[in-house]
Design a protein around this ligand. Structure first.
Ligand code: 5GP
Length: 190
């Protein structure tokens, strides 16, 4: 049986990566490692969080048709390598894509069977606070990401892309809710 493609989106600072890691463990799923042109941040591990590349290398993958989707976010390129996704799906596994709303729209267009979830902060202030406290970036970058985040949230709700919205008010609760949603989606497909 074909596996499940799970898209997890949400504004930066919402705790998506933590939720994603917990879901990977809980469901024995595989994370799709994106390619990006953004600069490495402290704590980033090349090949684990992202494949960090320059513009030239990114463009050659675009030209070779190697991305399932790709998009620009906050001035940097991000893309999902196609091959690992196809392999996991063919073997019946669960593959998780942690991508933005533009990427989610592209993937849903190509793979309507994908299950897409949007993670939200409990309030706007909570999101700004999380962006500030976790960030190693300057205030202008934080404000820019906050602006993008607000547009993403509006877009996510206005679009029909997302199958579910999960509020990260409490990590354990949010992880359990998401795991339950994915298990139901898999059961519904038989
Ligand atoms: P960050 O730079 O904070 O790691 O990620 C910025 C945004 O890019 C996040 O919303 C993240 O989900 C998104 N992103 C990461 N990888 C990809 C990708 O391969 N494709 C798309 N479309 N977005 C991505």
């Amino acid at each position: 049986m074909e596996g499940l493609l799970l898209i997890i989106s949400g504004p930066s600072g919402v705790g998506k990566s933590t939720i994603t890691n917990r879901i990977l463990e809980r469901l024995g799923a595989t994370l799709s490692v994106s390619m990006t042109t953004r600069k490495m941040r402290p704590g980033d591990v090349d090949g684990e969080h992202y494949h960090f590349v320059d513009e030239g290398a990114f463009e050659s993958v675009v030209e070779a048709g190697g991305f399932l989707e790709h998009a620009v976010y906050a001035g940097n390129q991000y893309g999902t390598p196609r091959e690992p996704v196809d392999k996991i799906l063919a073997s019946g596994g669960v593959i998780v894509l942690e991508i933005d709303v533009a990427g989610a729209a592209q993937v849903k267009g190509k793979m309507p069977g994908a299950f897409a979830v949007f993670i939200e902060a409990p309030t706007r202030d909570a999101l700004l606070h999380r962006l500030r406290t976790r960030s190693t970036e300057d205030e202008a970058t934080i404000q820019r990401r906050f602006g993008i985040a607000q547009r993403e949230i509006e877009f996510a709700h206005a679009s029909e892309l997302y199958d579910a919205f999960v509020i990260n008010d409490d990590l354990e609760r949010a992880v359990s809710e998401l795991a339950g949603l994915v298990e139901s989606a898999m059961a519904a497909r038989g």
